[in-house]
Structure formats: structure tokens, C-alpha cells
Design a protein around this ligand. Structure first.
Ligand code: AMP
Ligand code: MG
Length: 317
């Protein structure tokens, strides 16, 4: 974790370029969008993304929205559809997020998508966000720049009060106007409103010329099978394994003999950054069970254990 106070960058060309250079180097930079201040990390850098979860102190890995400056760059990471095109023309740049199929060749970190084969993308309209993203030329994962459970920041001082020394810089672009998160719409088999926001369901339905199903957050949480599906391996998962049983695929942590090691150095940022990839890789071997070493239940370990215990939970059907 970063101990020195974050740099405060001005909303100028020079500030935007420093912010982009810091992001390129894997550092965490908060910047204004038209909705709220986002805590940004290079979305292709697993470790930088893991540090977002560490800084926010999130108890679980939910998928993050990836922000782009250019539609052409964004399109390389998704399977683009006619409905996506219609909404993009009407509302981008702006406070609308689309959930689409992730392009198989996309280099976006699997931690950003929480191991799912879908991805949430947005082209923000705030000029400072556009300038930073344009200078970087890559996607940036950016949830709200606050500690988990606290309210979303609309000013640099809110970011600093909440995250203090846990980030590397904040770009001071004054107050965010909207103060409400982006509307999220899923465009997979049919349009589904996943999170209400400034752009209403009625507006979106009118633009698309068809009805939009609404999924309430509480329902999604009480019925995990319906949530755009949390990634679960096909293999059975056994947690807190201190020895290995015959035939198990071994996912280690620390100094153990295993098939893949989340972090031989017991570094939780490294472990988080490897988690989804390694689960996928072991699962792809086609064995019946994956055994996982104990992970310390502190800091990022809490989110890692949350994900692992979901993977190990009994399945319905
Ligand atoms: P935040 O980044 O904190 O603004 O929140 C991101 C929101 O987008 C969360 O509510 C996520 O559940 C949602 N989200 C991101 N990616 C996906 C996805 N692939 N499928 C469904 N929801 C997503
Ligand atoms: Mg938030």
C-alpha cells in the first residue's frame, strides 16, 4: 500500500498526461467523470486492478466498468451488436454503461470482469476523463473512488478523505455534475436494466423501440443463480486444503508444492490478480476437483475467500 500522500494533479494538458503516464505504470489515479469520481487503473494490468479492490477494501470482487475515450478502441474488447450501436449513437459519450459479450481476444484483466465472459463498458463525457483516457489509449477500470460502503465522491476532497494514502494521485477537475452512477443496461439475449441511473428505462426503451426487462438488485443478490452469473468452475472446489488428495488439481498459496500458485510470496495483491485466471486454467484441465490452500482472512484475502467460498458452494441443478 502507498504510504506517501497522493499527488494532486491539475486539470490541464500536463496534468492529464501525468495521470495517463501513472496509469500506464500500473498506478491508481482518481479522476472526475460526469457521474462521480472514479478510482482508475489500467484495465489490462491484473495487479493494478487488484489494487483497486485493496484500496476500496471491498469484501468481494464484483465486476468493474471499463472506460474508453474512443469507440473504435472499445469495440475491440466486445462483441458489438446493432442495439449497442443504436444506444452508443444516442447516449455516448455519457452516463450509460453497456454490458456485452467480451471479445475472446480482449486483453482486459479477468479480475475486471470477475471471471465472466461479459464486460461492462462506457465512453464517459467528462472532458478531463476523455483527455486522460485518450492520452492513455487503453481501457481504464474505474469504480467510485471511495472506501467500500461509503458514499460516492463528487469532489477531490471526498476522494482524499475516504481513500487517503491508498491511491497515487487525484486529478482535480472540480465537482462532478450528475452525482449519480451511470445507468447499466445488459444487451445479451435481450435488453435488461441492471442498474437505474440518470438515463431512464423509458428513454432507453424508446430509443431501442422495444421493452426493457428490469432486474432489481435485491433479487439478483437473493437469487445468485440469476445474477449475470458469477463465474463458478465446473470442478468441485475444496477450500483450506493443508494436504492434497489423489487426483485433485492443486491451487496453492505460499510455500507449497502445487499445480499453480496464487502467490508463492504470500502477496495478496498478486494472489487476487491471479485468482480468476488460475481457476479457469485448472478447470480447463477437466479434472473433478480443485483443492485450494488456506488464504489469510485479512485485507484482500477477504474478497478472495468470498469468491472461493462461492466457487465451493453446492450448486443447484
Ligand atoms: P461500479 O464500477 O462500482 O460503478 O459498479 C459496477 C457495476 O456494474 C456493478 O453493479 C456491477 O455488478 C456491474 N457490472 C459490471 N460488469 C458487469 C457484467 N459483466 N455483468 C453484469 N453487471 C456488471
Ligand atoms: Mg460505488
Amino acid at each position: 500500500m502507498n504510504q506517501t500522500p497522493p499527488e494532486r494533479l491539475p486539470d490541464t494538458d500536463a496534468g492529464h498526461h501525468i495521470a495517463a503516464a501513472m496509469l500506464r505504470a500500473g498506478r491508481l489515479v482518481a479522476f472526475p467523470t460526469e457521474t462521480v469520481y472514479g478510482l482508475g487503473a489500467d484495465a489490462t494490468n491484473d495487479r493494478a486492478v487488484a489494487r483497486i479492490f485493496e484500496a476500496k477494501g471491498r469484501p468481494s470482487f464484483n465486476p468493474l466498468i471499463v472506460h474508453f475515450a474512443e469507440l473504435e478502441d472499445l469495440k475491440q474488447h466486445v462483441v458489438w451488436t446493432d442495439e449497442a450501436d443504436t444506444l452508443a449513437r444516442a447516449y455516448w459519450p455519457g452516463p450509460l454503461t453497456l454490458v456485452l459479450k467480451k471479445h475472446p481476444g480482449s486483453a482486459i484483466s479477468s479480475l475486471v470482469t470477475a471471471g465472466l465472459d461479459t464486460i461492462a463498458v462506457r465512453l464517459p463525457g467528462h472532458p478531463a476523463a476523455q483527455a486522460i483516457l485518450g492520452a492513455l489509449g487503453r481501457g481504464v477500470a474505474a469504480p467510485s473512488a471511495n472506501r467500500s460502503g461509503q458514499i460516492s465522491p463528487t469532489q477531490p476532497s471526498h476522494v482524499l478523505d475516504s481513500l487517503g494514502g491508498r491511491l497515487d494521485a487525484v486529478l482535480d477537475g472540480g465537482a462532478s455534475e450528475v452525482g449519480v452512477e451511470s445507468t447499466i443496461i445488459g444487451l445479451l439475449d435481450k435488453p435488461v436494466l441492471l442498474r437505474p441511473g440518470g438515463i431512464t428505462e423509458a428513454e432507453l426503451a424508446k430509443t431501442l423501440g422495444r421493452n426493457i426487462a428490469v432486474r432489481h438488485k435485491a433479487e439478483a443478490i437473493s437469487a445468485p443463480g440469476q445474477l449475470m452469473s458469477h463465474y463458478a468452475p465446473t470442478a468441485r472446489v475444496r477450500l483450506n486444503a493443508t494436504d492434497w488428495q489423489t487426483g485433485e488439481m492443486r491451487l496453492g498459496f505460499g510455500e507449497v508444492d502445487c499445480d499453480l500458485n496464487l502467490s508463492a510470496d504470500e502477496d495478496l495483491v498478486e494472489a487476487a490478480s491471479n485468482l480468476f485466471d488460475y481457476l479457469h486454467r485448472l478447470d480447463a484441465r477437466g479434472g473433478e476437483a480443485i483443492a485450494v490452500s488456506p488464504i489469510p482472512h485479512e485485507g484482500l484475502g477477504i474478497a478472495i475467500n468470498d469468491r472461493l467460498s462461492r466457487a465451493a458452494a453446492p450448486r443447484d441443478g
